[in-house]
Design a protein around this ligand. Structure first.
Ligand SMILES: Cc1cc2nc3c(=O)[nH]c(=O)nc-3n(C[C@H](O)[C@H](O)[C@H](O)COP(=O)(O)OP(=O)(O)OC[C@H]3O[C@@H](n4cnc5c(N)ncnc54)[C@H](O)[C@@H]3O)c2cc1C
Length: 157
């Protein structure tokens, strides 16, 4: 979500991020595959965001979806090694960098509805101080696999 916001900002868009959870909550995912390195570079983020919060990872062994172990050795990968992140620290540093790019982050707000009227998106949300909405030209739903608003096969409006 934060990477998408930063990329859009680099293309000159004014971006607002609505985030239901606070950054303090647990997030799954610690390993960054080597193929992500060029994408991280494109964000033009300070090098220390990775250096301070990650250890180099030369190989991974795992299982996903069935009981077979797979093994990936970085020596066979053109992008080299991956990383093992401290996810809370990495997320926090990335958040501060994204904020410093001029992106507005609205945390602890739940998007409750979206609709498109006359080429404008209405994004309704609920926060500690009640309900409100914003109008935008574009909308990017990065609310993950449990999204309420879109699915892989259809698009609302
Ligand atoms: C056990 C486990 C281990 C994993 N390990 C790895 C790993 O080692 N490496 C790896 O690369 N991947 C790993 N993954 C996969 C990785 O976690 C997901 O692919 C990744 O989190 C997807 O990112 P996302 O931004 O699409 O969604 P998410 O990380 O789910 O983020 C969605 C965001 O949307 C917000 N949101 C949701 N609904 C609303 C709403 N209505 N209003 C406002 N905000 C909302 C949420 O607060 C959240 O911040 C793992 C997954 C699991 C389950």
């Amino acid at each position: 979500m934060l990477s998408a916001a930063r990329s859009l900002c680099q293309y000159g868009f004014q971006v607002i991020v609505f985030e239901k959870n606070s950054r303090a909550e647990y997030r799954a995912g610690e390993h960054v595959v080597p193929e992500c390195k060029p994408l991280l570079k494109e964000l033009k983020r300070p090098a220390n965001i990775v250096q301070d919060n990650a250890a180099t990872c030369y190989a991974i062994r795992g299982t996903w979806g069935d009981d077979k172990l797979f093994f990936r050795d970085s020596i066979f990968n053109v992008y080299g090694e991956g990383f093992l992140l401290s996810r809370p620290d990495f997320d926090n540093d990335l958040l501060n960098f994204v904020k410093s790019s001029g992106i507005k982050i609205k945390s602890n707000l739940c998007v409750t509805d979206i609709s498109k009227i006359n080429e404008k998106w209405t994004i309704s949300y609920q926060g500690n101080v009640g309900n409100d909405f914003v109008l935008t030209d574009y909308l990017l739903d990065a609310s993950g696999i449990n999204t309420k608003f879109f699915n892989r096969l259809s698009e609302k409006n």
